[in-house]
Design a protein around this ligand. Structure first.
Ligand SMILES: Cc1ncc(C[n+]2csc(CCOP(=O)(O)OP(=O)(O)O)c2C)c(N)n1
Ligand SMILES: [Mg+2]
Length: 530
């Protein structure tokens, strides 16, 4: 044990033992002892402008890299400001770890008017997490960290919050023996794999749905698709698991009527790593009339809503590989049928979506295959969830389940910090941008070459549309907007409003090699889009 080491050191040393090299954070008097630990180690500290930004950055870091994103936040308001991104990470199965301080053990629950105090921080945050631990002694840290990483790596990943009491953070601690505990994912039994393989061999019109749980097993998914001759579709979270150029995929069109009809007509559907939630298919419920195989790491998801014929509680990649070994080869997907479904999914595109597609095509033309997009809750992103082609997984990110405005810019910052060699772009509406626009300051400070495409219709467009279609008079959906270019420049960012699609491509391309972020405003009423 080194002299003068405290709980704050021990917490950071354990993070290092688990491979964490970056934290997104805002310090305060309550986290000073944690900062003693941060100052002592080699951890990269990304100081942000608001804790919501820290939470979304950790989420973007995790989604891009596959490694947990970590935040260090203060008691009460610091953690509560991050509650929204923690909720987002919960609904989208993202491994985010938050180290927050909390008042002295002796004060917990007492309501004594201490600084930053809330009556019960544990209870306040717990429903938004897969794991909440209030840690009162440095000795509790190793087991808590092992539990968090077991959750991240072997189950459905969900955020974990450690509330570190002030007395724990300053208590003497041993940091010398910090080490990582490894765990493994569950595997399917041979009998269940045999049963699933039998169903696959017996099917005539099988289809497979790949969800966000498959983003790390694209090779196994492709091999399975080839040998089984099934037709694939992905959810938005699973975008790119099967490359959009693959002739056997319907791409991320799970919300498309033609795709849903094809699934209803299939005599076997295999759902892999997807909860088939409302925000995956945007209908009341999918219909499966044939046999149904479900593969998932999460026991409740495995049997929820759609009772499977065979349920495999197991890792997606190893299960797909085991099934590929067992099944017979020879079936070929029906190319004409795939073409017909694709055509029906893309006929009668409304004029507004055509505008979106023109802009998205410009983005796709200049974004390399390896590039990644972080999108917000804006109409252009809803079009893109369905339409934007991706050749690889972990390249298109959207705040799906929780549906939080303000996600894209900080998440893109986190994603770019995680993968600095990957060209990264944020796509955000004029409304959503204002929720977290202060993180422009973070992007400028860290010199991130991040294009931020602001899709400006001077409205909460999707909500205005909802009011209009239900005959509700518009209220609160056309706020007075700032001058976005001036706003970006005030932070020290570049800012442009291109006047053609080729100028837009040029602006994005230039932004990828700039020394800081570039706000690119594209107005929905731009003459070049009409
Ligand atoms: C935190 C949060 N508050 C409110 C909403 C409700 N909401 C969803 S979309 C939207 C409009 C967003 O406007 P903008 O970012 O300009 O995108 P547009 O729909 O105009 O493309 C609102 C207010 C939300 N999703 N998240
Ligand atoms: Mg808008």
């Amino acid at each position: 044990m080194r002299p003068n080491q405290v709980g704050g050191h021990a917490a950071i040393a354990l993070l290092e033992a688990y491979g964490v090299d970056t934290v997104f954070a805002i310090p305060g008097v309550h986290t000073l002892e944690l900062y003693r630990g941060l100052a002592d180690r080699k951890m990269r500290h990304i100081g942000v402008r608001h804790e919501q930004g820290a939470g979304f950055m950790a989420d973007g870091y995790a989604r891009a890299s596959g490694r947990p994103g970590v935040c260090c936040l203060i008691t009460g308001p610091g953690l509560m400001n991050a509650a929204t991104p923690i909720g987002q990470a919960y609904s989208d199965s993202v491994p985010v770890l938050v180290l927050a301080s909390v008042n002295d053990s002796a004060d917990l629950g007492k309501g004594r008017g201490r600084l930053h105090e809330i009556t019960d921080q544990h209870a306040a945050i717990q429903p938004l997490t897969g794991l909440t631990r209030t840690i009162r002694s440095p000795a509790e840290l190793p087991e808590a960290m092992a539990e968090a990483f077991r959750l991240f790596e072997t189950g459905r990943p969900r955020p974990a919050v450690f509330n570190l009491t002030l007395d724990m953070l300053r208590a003497p601690a041993t940091v010398g023996d910090a080490h990582r505990i490894r765990t493994t994912r569950p595997q399917a039994s041979a009998a269940d794999l045999d049963a699933a393989a039998k169903l696959i061999d017996a099917a005539e019109r099988p289809m497979v749905i790949f969800g966000g749980g498959c983003v790390d097993c694209a090779d196994e998914a492709r091999a399975f698709l080839r040998k089984s001759g099934t037709i694939a579709v992905t959810t938005t979270a699973g975008k790119g698991v099967i490359a959009d150029s693959d002739p056997a995929t319907l791409s991320s069109t799970l919300q498309g009527d033609a795709t849903q009809k094809a699934l209803a007509d299939a005599d076997l559907v295999i759902a892999v790593g997807t909860e088939l939630a409302e925000t995956d298919h945007w209908s009341n419920s999918l219909t499966f009339s044939g046999k149904f195989i479900r593969i998932d790491l999460d026991a409740p998801t495995l049997t929820r809503d759609y009772p499977p014929t065979v349920a495999l509680l197991a890792d997606a990649g190893t299960t797909l590989a085991a099934l590929t070994e067992r099944i017979r080869a020879g079936r070929k997907p029906d190319g004409a049928r795939i073409a017909a479904i694709r055509t029906s999914n893309t006929t009668d595109i409304p004029p507004l979506e055509q505008k979106h597609i023109a802009v998205l095509n410009a983005v796709r033309a200049v974004l390399p295959e390896d590039g990644q997009v972080f999108s917000d809750m804006t109409q252009i992103a809803y079009t893109a969830n369905f339409y934007f082609p991706c050749e690889r997984p972990r390249r298109w990110f959207h705040p799906l389940g929780f549906g939080t405005l303000g996600y894209a810019v900080p998440a893109a910052i986190g994603g770019q910090i995680a993968c600095p060699d990957r060209p990264t772009i944020a796509i955000v509406g004029d409304g959503g941008f204002l929720f977290t626009m202060q993180e422009l300051g973070t992007a400028v400070e860290f010199g991130l070459p991040l294009p931020i495409l602001v899709w400006n219709n001077d409205a909460f467009g999707q909500i205005a549309y909802g009011m209009n279609t239900r005959d509700i008079p518009e209220l609160g959906v056309r706020q007075r907007n700032p001058d976005y270019l001036a706003l970006a420049r005030a932070f020290g960012a570049e800012a442009v409003r291109p006047d053609s699609l080729s100028a837009l491509q040029g602006a994005i391309g230039a932004a990828f090699s700039a020394k800081g972020p570039t706000l690119i405003e594209v107005r929905e009423d731009s003459p070049f889009l009409s």
